[in-house]
Design a protein around this ligand. Structure first.
Ligand SMILES: NC(=O)c1ccc[n+]([C@@H]2O[C@H](COP(=O)([O-])OP(=O)(O)OC[C@H]3O[C@@H](n4cnc5c(N)ncnc54)[C@H](O)[C@@H]3O)[C@@H](O)[C@H]2O)c1
Length: 440
């Protein structure tokens, strides 16, 4: 009988294995680059021809991956892109990095994972390792994915191996990257865990082996729920302290001097990105199956989704003080990416704010040095097409208000303060009080 596990371990250890990565986005491309740098042959699959063309031309489309890093890997044949699932027949291990959004009813949208796994199933061959990386509810790997793959007639643990290993990518983080972030690994069985540990152990600083795939899925959700809840807490405290005439930023500076037992979170205009506003609800959804409703998750959602409304209220009051109605006012939204110094606008509260302002009759524009053109957003399909305005003194002076939604480092905030008549600052950019700045 063939020892598939040993065969694969040998190929992984000798770096003769071919690795497939499905979904060449913010998570998949950096991972593919690390495997290629480690000497593996990597096939990066995406359904978008445009991304695959850029990849094969050695041109990066993810800011954290410089083209100078990508190009040599493509030139030497260590990394190539494809849109054809048939190319996955040759891979020894495959990681799935496709989106896991929510449906309009805020339930897990597993369609990307299901479609991908069905494609793998149609080409699955004995001895392959399949690893799910997309953030998801506990049980996805050993219930949903396993069941689809076993429809091939091959048996998990005997013919093929299955694991979960969550991605902890933090776009824009200069300190950490895919290779330097410890990676959690959980197999649906011991053999799969060993193989996944061996696979990722070659490209990341440390693998963290957990008992099984469910623990790995749960660990990822805990990390994101922790952030979601703490962001909500500090956002709520911002509103409370504002009413009391206390500056939350000064309070946080002071509290942060405690050398133990405190971790700083900053308030903002809401929450954004592909993870924090979405992933926690994967757990709430699954928990209902077990008859429990996690209250903190729902409460964090309630608080965070109300924040754009709070910003609008602050803005309209400030305009009112200047005898200006919102209708007809020219408002420039500064920063539409969901966080500082990145180009990703997914789920950004900026869109909620822009939509609300348009409904109120304001003339809205935006400036974002990282997002020259606002893409069409799934959750805000009716927004008009917009491109980033220039941030000149004339543009700033022509605005009735500037709302800082994302505090990109590339913006000259002194110039903004000199030329804008009113600034609504949701990020604590201006720490000292100024007559034209309202903190929100
Ligand atoms: N972006 C992050 O910072 C981050 C961090 C940790 C975890 N995650 C998780 O990783 C997963 C991927 O996120 P992302 O930010 O990389 O998303 P992304 O949208 O940047 O990339 C996903 C890619 O998958 C492709 N794709 C969609 N369906 C496909 C299919 N059937 N076959 C092949 N490719 C397909 C898309 O075209 C896209 O290029 C999600 O579950 C997310 O929650 C993301």
């Amino acid at each position: 009988m063939v020892d598939y596990k040993q065969q694969l371990l040998d190929r992984l250890n000798s770096r003769t294995a071919t690795v497939g990565i499905i979904g060449m986005g913010y998570v998949g491309l950096p991972l593919a680059v690390e495997f290629a740098r480690a000497g593996y042959h990597v096939i990066g699959l995406d359904v978008l021809q445009d991304k695959v063309d850029k990849l094969n031309a050695g041109v990066s489309y993810i800011p954290d991956i410089p083209t100078e890093t990508l190009a040599p890997l493509v030139e030497t044949g260590h990394l190539r892109g494809t849109t054809s699932y048939d190319d996955l027949r040759e891979v020894d291990a495959v990681s799935i990095c496709v989106p896991t959004p929510l449906t309009p009813q805020r339930e897990p949208d597993m369609s990307y994972v299901v479609n991908t796994v069905q494609q793998i199933r149609a080409r699955l061959r004995p001895g392959q390792l399949v690893v799910l990386e997309s953030t998801t509810y506990p049980g996805t790997t050993d219930e949903l994915v396993r069941q689809i793959l076993e429809q091939s007639g091959l048996r998990c643990g005997r013919d093929f191996f299955l694991a979960f290993s969550p991605e902890r990518e933090d776009p824009g983080n200069g300190k950490f990257n895919t290779a330097t972030i410890p990676k959690i690994v959980g197999g649906v069985d011991e053999a799969a865990g060993d193989l996944a540990e061996s696979l990722y152990g070659k490209v990341v600083v440390r693998t963290v082996r957990v008992g099984n795939a469910r623990e790995a899925e749960a660990a990822k959700l805990v990390e994101n729920i922790f952030r979601a809840v703490n962001i909500a807490l500090v956002n709520e405290l911002k509103i409370v302290f504002d009413r009391m005439g206390i500056d939350i930023w000064n309070v946080l500076d002071a509290a942060s001097t405690k050398p133990f037992g405190f971790m700083r979170f900053n308030p903002g205009p809401g929450w954004g990105g592909h993870c924090i506003p979405l992933d926690p609800f994967y757990l709430s959804w699954k928990a209902r199956e077990y008859g429990v409703t996690p209250k903190f998750i729902e409460l964090a959602g309630e608080v965070n989704v109300q924040m754009p409304e709070y910003v609008i209220e602050k803005l309209t009051l400030a305009l009112n003080d200047r005898r200006k109605p919102t209708r007809g006012s020219r408002i420039l939204v500064l920063g539409i990416a969901y966080k500082k110094d990145i180009d990703d606008p997914r789920e950004s509260p900026a869109f909620e704010i822009i939509e609300a302002l348009l409904e109120l009759g304001a003339e809205v524009s935006y400036h974002d040095p990282h997002v020259p053109k606002a893409p069409r957003m799934r959750s805000w399909p009716d927004l008009p097409p917009m491109t980033s305005a220039l941030l000149t003194p004339e543009v700033l002076e022509s605005q009735d208000a500037v709302v800082i939604v994302t505090d990109h480092s590339a913006v000259d905030y002194d110039a903004v303060a000199r030329h804008a008549s009113l600034i609504v600052d949701t990020r604590g950019v201006y720490r000292n009080s100024r007559p034209n700045v309202v903190k929100a």
